[in-house]
Design a protein around this ligand. Structure first.
Ligand SMILES: [Cu+2]
Length: 156
């Protein structure tokens, strides 16, 4: 009886171990919410939450139209060479699967100048990090991107 139990728990342990090994290869979906205002989340009006995320190649980011009046669009010069740009309609949930390493800068089209911007870091994101950082911005986008790149520099 005792040996049966221990054999069973060994089997379970092995199954857990194997699923743990398989996990990194499985693509994940990450949520970024689009907000107009929610004091419980941020003092800022018009923002992505979270504005900076790090994902693996093959993962999907789902931009959720949590509140209305927003979209997501890649920012010219802020995605890796050869990567596909995007520009979602307003007020829809929008999914992007990232298949190439790199830093991806994006904006909300109507709220770019008030700083509704974000970064997705995919896999080996440093491949185009410097190019993405060099892009000039206007209004509050300048300040928000600068703060996000500072956060990126703090990774490791
Ligand atoms: Cu917006």
């Amino acid at each position: 009886m005792k040996s049966t139990l221990s054999r069973r728990s060994l089997g379970l342990g092995l199954a857990l171990l194997l699923s743990g090994i398989a996990a990194p290869a499985m693509a994940e979906t990450h949520i970024v919410k689009m907000y107009t205002f929610d004091a419980a989340v941020s003092d800022q009006a018009d923002f992505f939450d979270p504005p900076l995320i790090q994902v693996a190649v093959g993962d999907t980011v789902k931009f959720e139209a949590t509140q209305s009046g927003h979209n997501t669009a890649s920012k010219k010069g802020m995605i890796p060479e050869g990567a596909e740009s995007w520009n979602s309609p307003m007020d829809v949930d929008f999914e992007i699967t990232f298949t190439a390493d790199g830093t991806y800068g994006y904006i909300c089209s109507p709220h770019y100048s008030v700083g509704m911007v974000g970064l997705v870091l995919v896999g080996d994101y440093k491949t185009n990090l410097d190019q993405a950082r060099k892009v000039k911005h206007r209004g509050k986008a300048k300040k928000v991107f600068r703060a996000l790149f500072k956060e990126v520099d703090a990774i490791e």
